[in-house]
Design a protein around this ligand. Structure first.
Ligand SMILES: Nc1ncnc2c1ncn2[C@@H]1O[C@H](COP(=O)(O)OP(=O)(O)OP(=O)(O)O)[C@@H](O)[C@H]1O
Ligand SMILES: [Mg+2]
Length: 290
């Protein structure tokens, strides 16, 4: 696995990247990962994209759930093209990116690079191609932040993309299975990110191998979320020699599923909901912690 994480771009890969829009200063790459599925990564990625945009960042949200993309579904979009068109060389990145700027939330507009659901070939992408794709995306002109919504689990592509992020948010709920799976992700990332930061030069200089933070989602209260974090942090200190800091706790909130069912965003429909406030605090921490 370590040798896979150190893979160099291969000139024979078919990524038709638009060199005209590349720039040397790369956007900050923030990835959202989890071990267990369904903990709220996609919803959090969308809500964070809006929160960071509202705080003045130019944001690109990338659907990095390569086999089962659904950023577009949560937002009720039907993009004409997606990542698969870029990877097959039929489209450039800037031809596939769509803007999410509904009239009710103009100050929270952000761009989306849609993925494709059910494309098995995407899920089994060669890691060298994935590396080039991420580097090209980070180099796109005009973005401060690239948010990467990952699929659940520890398959090689997901693990690789998580290890590439400047900041990795690992999401868990308080369920024992989610916590155990979050711990597995943290353990593997400790290894992968160290290998990548000390490997032969594919990680950008601004990246920190240790910038991994935990999000506890769907918590019954802030106090209960704090206790959940403490349980996971203790296991990390005991077995991994240190614990990631808490990025934030998000309360369980029926308005989240209400917004998703209506294919709109929480910040558009219920801007004053407790969960919206909680994501706002995470965005503040991310914006402050560059
Ligand atoms: N804070 C919250 N309060 C209430 N419900 C929530 C909250 N966060 C997420 N959910 C619920 O969890 C469901 C799953 O969310 P989401 O699709 O974002 O998870 P995911 O981690 O991206 O899943 P997958 O691993 O399948 O990609 C949502 O449909 C929503 O109803
Ligand atoms: Mg998801």
């Amino acid at each position: 696995m370590i040798s896979m994480l150190q893979v160099k771009p291969d000139p024979s890969d078919r990524l038709d990247a638009p060199t005209a829009v590349a720039k040397p200063a790369a956007a900050r790459l923030i990835a959202v990962a989890s071990g267990k599925g369904g903990v709220g990564k996609t919803w959090l990625s969308i809500t964070l994209a809006q929160s960071l945009a509202a705080r003045g960042s130019a944001v690109l949200l990338v659907d990095g759930d390569l086999g089962l993309a659904n950023v577009d579904i949560q937002l009720g979009l039907t993009p004409r093209q997606d990542l698969s068109a870029v990877l097959s060389g039929r489209r450039r990145l800037d031809e596939v990116i769509v803007r999410h700027a509904p009239a009710d939330t103009p100050a929270m507009a952000f761009d989306i690079l849609p993925g494709r659901s059910g494309a098995a070939s995407l899920a089994s992408l060669e890691l060298g191609l994935l590396d080039r794709l991420l580097q090209t995306i980070r180099g796109l002109d005009g973005y401060d932040v690239v948010l990467l919504d990952l699929g659940a689990g520890i398959d090689p592509a997901t693990r690789f993309m998580a290890a590439c992020a400047d900041t990795l948010l690992v999401v868990s709920t308080d369920e024992p299975t989610a916590l155990a799976d979050a711990y597995a992700v943290l353990k593997l990332q400790a290894r992968d990110r160290l290998a990548r930061s000390t490997g032969p030069g594919t990680i950008p200089p601004s990246s920190s191998a240790s910038d991994v933070r935990l999000v506890i989602n769907q918590s019954s209260s802030l106090a209960s979320g704090r206790r959940t974090y403490d349980v996971l942090a203790r296991a990390c200190v005991t077995f991994l020699g240190g614990a990631p800091p808490l990025a934030g706790i998000i309360r369980r909130d029926g308005r989240v599923s209400d917004a998703i069912r209506r294919q709109t965003t929480l910040l558009a429909r219920h801007p004053n909901a407790p969960a919206a406030e909680d994501v706002g605090r995470i965005a503040d921490g991310l914006a402050a912690g560059r």
